[in-house]
Design a protein. Sequence first.
Length: 162
Amino acid sequence: MLGSGRLVAGGEKFSTSVSSRLVLVPVTVTDRNGKSISGLQREHFQLLEDSQSREILSLTREEGAMGLGIVLDLSGSMRHKVRYALPAARAITGLAGAQDEMFLMTFADRPEMRVPITRDHGWIAASLGGVQAEGNTALIDAVYRALHEVRANPRIGAKRWL
């Protein structure tokens, strides 16, 4: 940020020019397993620019919007496990924040987009009602289609997807 100003005091004019540069550096710190590490302080970081150490003036924590794709196996192999998978998927939707976006895709013989990308988490939970596990497992097709969904949507391209 650049700025300048003039000050008039006792009939004398003073002129000054100020140059300031503040750079925001978003950082996510995870352990080897991809789990977020919290509680870090400014002293835990070192910032270098052209091999020169720079002072970190401020360190804040912000929660950002998340994108989440729930891809649920409803093939015959899940027949005895679906009673655990459905409540888990509903619980995930219940933990989502208001700005978080998600979609629901199920698959058995073929992938099916049940709920396209939305912030209406209740719609996803409601769409899990009455599903049954049967048929073959089209896992690779479902993963491919889910990745395509994430990459093709410009609203969510910059978000962190889980």
